[in-house]
Design a protein around this ligand. Structure first.
Ligand code: GLA
Length: 714
């Protein structure tokens, strides 16, 4: 096809191609593998014979399909005015601007009085395509917007398998594989956060294999409600749309007003699921995360007080906990819930962000002094968006909570949600947090959000409109304001675990709390789903108590540590209770994490499963080192653990291979010299051997793990 008829954007391994047509909007021709020769892309317009019983000019998928004039699939835009026919739209292309890897299309519908700006950009380093759409109401009456897809892209017929992420509290990021059929596949969140049950990301492919085959991934940069859908088209392809879900009447554009969708990030890889994840990880690392000072410092080992003491804060006990943590290698002490004014349980006090005068008669200083004297950073838990009806703040400002006229208050965990879109509310929160940051050496906030939104805002001009969208925008504004005033502070996004994890909140935060579940067995699948989209250095991963508080299962320290060390490591157990042997074992695991975090947090992640085994491999970008974690989730009938092949190493180099720990095996088994050498570090294998023959593995009883480090020999 002639260059002028085709609009192409390419990265290193992916391209999108749009076909310009004489009338109407550019048609979608391609989103997938790199187009080497644009002349080989045949034109769709004029090549599609009109099937019987179709409207004349049966439209193909264009960049922004709209309803009313012949497109019967899912529209990318839905909206209307009180009177008239503007629910049916037909846009024309008014301008095209292309510069390097960016493309901007301007569209206008003079009859409906609407204009649109579509933006596409491919980040060449990661092959991630970012798209967004902006609409402006050019009419003289309000335009009610019901849906505007941030991305509308085609998928080829062979992309017939989908992975969506489902879950619940303490079991987030569960990958559910389904076959796409004639029905529309759709996942939504209407909880005001992306929620435990619906991370805003989806994966599509033909086989969805670990390392081979075409895979498309998409994620929406938005922390509120969302819709993701995949709809079969009449020509055998499918369209994928992602965008913000609106409550009825939530977005009404006044004359001239604009709405811009969140960004959608999409990627294609010919190297299977792990290729797709590598693209996303590279993109998040380079284009999303904003570290204090510009670069990521080594991710410090946390000690979080929650499962160690819950609400029982006693200053001497906490000092002893910090000291015990420091002795085993902890680097940041995070004081969780329970520290502020009359907070003895989860029934009261949210909103009153000053230290509890009974538990901390001299404020937090004696504790922060102690923590700092140990050489540890200090972090503090807050949940600013929330208010308990039993709080000083509520008694002073009951009208600051979101509520609906004539309806009962919708309570969750005894709390209501503040209307943070009101400037006086964010001003109050900013002042309280700013005062804490000024008074204490706080390096880190754990910023929690523990309930779904279910409410509207009545105040001022909101007139009872749903508050979801405004809430997310106000949250980003408040986070940005705090980081601007205190650029060195890091913030963790927590939402009863991983209910608010996305690439928008990650522009303001440096870690997410993946799940309230610290059970290592559950964590294997939780972390696997997470790592499909986001890199390990921001994935909070804690070694919890031996007896899990959320599942009741009991696991060895080695198993818990083996799973946690592939994220941003923390402890969430009472170190004071451990005996000397357990403390020294814990200290050894923390030392291993410190020795390997550079590889895990900057490296390329591969993951996979094989029967009852799951594995993770982090490989340094230069191929000089790799850390390999193998987990046996349940037993199988095979007598031997199969050797596993490692990719990504230099085939010509030789690697020293050493297990950080080998699990004890019930009933004595004889061991081989090979396994002995794995344990003592004398095993040397070439990259080619590791790739083609594999790594010999020890026997693994159920719910045990082995972690193996490989370093290239000089
Ligand atoms: C949420 C968080 C936990 C903990 C508690 C405190 O559940 O996810 O980690 O901070 O709140 O109340």
């Amino acid at each position: 096809m002639s260059e002028s008829a085709l609009l192409v954007l390419s990265g290193q391994g992916t391209s999108i191609a749009l076909e310009r047509v004489p009338h109407g909007l550019p048609l979608w021709r391609h989103f997938g593998a790199l187009i080497q020769n644009t002349a080989e892309v045949w034109p769709l317009a004029g090549m599609r014979p009109l099937p019987p019983n179709a409207l004349d000019g049966d439209p193909a998928l264009d960049v922004l399909p709209t309803h009313g004039l012949g497109w019967f699939g899912q529209p990318a835009l839905l909206g209307s005015r009180d009177h008239g026919e503007d629910w049916a739209q037909q846009f024309e292309l008014t301008a095209v601007e292309q510069s390097g890897a960016g493309l901007q299309l301007s569209l206008q519908d003079k009859v409906a009085g609407l204009s649109l700006t579509l933006r596409y950009a491919i980040d060449a380093a990661s092959d991630v395509l970012t798209t967004s759409v902006e609409i402006q109401n050019l009419g003289s009456t309000p335009f009610r917007l019901d849906w505007l897809a941030a991305a509308t892209v085609p998928l080829p017929p062979e992309a017939s398998q989908v992975i969506g992420l489902a879950g619940r509290w303490t079991l987030e990021f569960q990958q559910s594989r389904e076959r796409l059929g004639v029905a529309t596949w759709k996942r939504e969140s209407r909880r005001g956060r992306n929620a435990h049950d619906s991370f805003p990301g989806v994966i599509v492919g033909s086989t969805l294999a670990d390392d081979d085959g075409a895979v498309w991934g998409a994620q929406l940069a938005w922390s509120g409600n969302h819709t993701m859908l995949i709809e079969p088209l009449t020509d055998g392809r499918r369209q994928l749309q992602l965008g913000e879900w609106f409550a009825p009447g939530e977005v009404v554009l006044a004359p001239n007003e604009r709405y811009r969708t969140p960004d959608a990030h999409l990627t294609f890889s010919a190297a299977g699921l792990n290729g797709m994840s590598a693209n996303f990880h590279r993109f998040v690392r380079s284009a999303v995360l904003r570290w204090p000072g510009g670069t990521m410092a080594p991710r410090p080992v946390h000690l979080n007080t929650w499962e160690a003491v819950y609400f029982q804060h006693d200053i001497e006990g906490l000092k002893a906990l910090a000291s015990a943590g420091a002795e085993v290698g902890v680097e940041r002490f995070v004081l969780d819930d329970g520290w502020f004014h009359r907070r003895d349980n989860d029934k009261a006090a949210l909103g009153d962000w000053w230290p509890d005068e009974r538990k901390y008669p001299q404020g937090l200083k004696p504790l922060t002094d102690h923590v700092r004297s140990l050489g540890l950073q200090f972090g503090l838990w807050v949940e600013p968006e929330m208010i308990n009806p039993d709080s000083e703040l509520y008694r002073a400002h009951p009208d600051w909570a979101l509520r609906m006229a004539g309806r009962p208050l919708v309570i969750g965990r005894n709390q209501l949600v503040l209307d943070i879109s009101r400037p006086e509310v964010t001003q109050y929160l900013f002042e309280k947090l700013d005062a804490l940051l000024r008074e204490y050496p706080i390096a880190y906030f754990k910023w929690d959000m523990n309930r779904d939104l279910a409410t509207a805002a009545l105040g001022a001009d909101h007139r009872g409109r749903a508050a979801y969208r405004r809430h997310s925008l106000a949250l980003y504004g408040l986070l940005a304001r705090i980081r601007e005033a205190h650029p060195s502070v890091e913030i963790e996004s927590c939402s009863s675990g991983g209910a608010r994890v996305d690439t928008a909140i990650l522009r303001h935060t440096q870690r997410v709390w993946t799940s309230d579940c610290n059970d290592a067995l559950s964590r294997i699948s939780i972390q696997s789903g997470f790592l499909r989209f986001l890199p390990p250095e921001i994935m909070g991963a804690h070694i919890g108590p031996a007896h899990s508080h959320t599942t009741g299962r009991t696991h060895s320290l080695a198993f818990r540590a083996s799973v946690a060390m592939f994220g941003h490591l923390g402890l969430e157990l009472d170190v004071r209770e451990l005996d000397a042997a357990a403390r020294s074992e814990l200290a050894a695991w923390i030392a291993s994490y410190k020795a390997w975090r550079d590889v895990v947090h900057n490296g390329r992640i591969r993951q996979g499963t094989q029967g009852g085994l799951s594995w993770l491999q982090a490989t340094a970008e230069d191929g000089n080192a790799a850390l390999y974690g193998l987990y046996r989730r349940h037993e199988e009938i095979e007598r031997y653990t199969p050797g596993l092949r490692l990719h990504g190493l230099d085939p010509a180099r030789r690697y020293g291979v050493q297990a950080l720990h080998l699990p004890p095996v019930p009933h004595s088994q004889s061991t081989t010299a090979l396994l002995q050498s794995l344990a003592d570090g004398s095993l040397v294998l070439s990259g080619a051997q590791l790739r083609d023959i594999g790594l010999p593995l020890p026997p693994l009883p159920p719910e045990s793990a082995v972690v193996i480090g490989l370093r290239a020999l000089p």
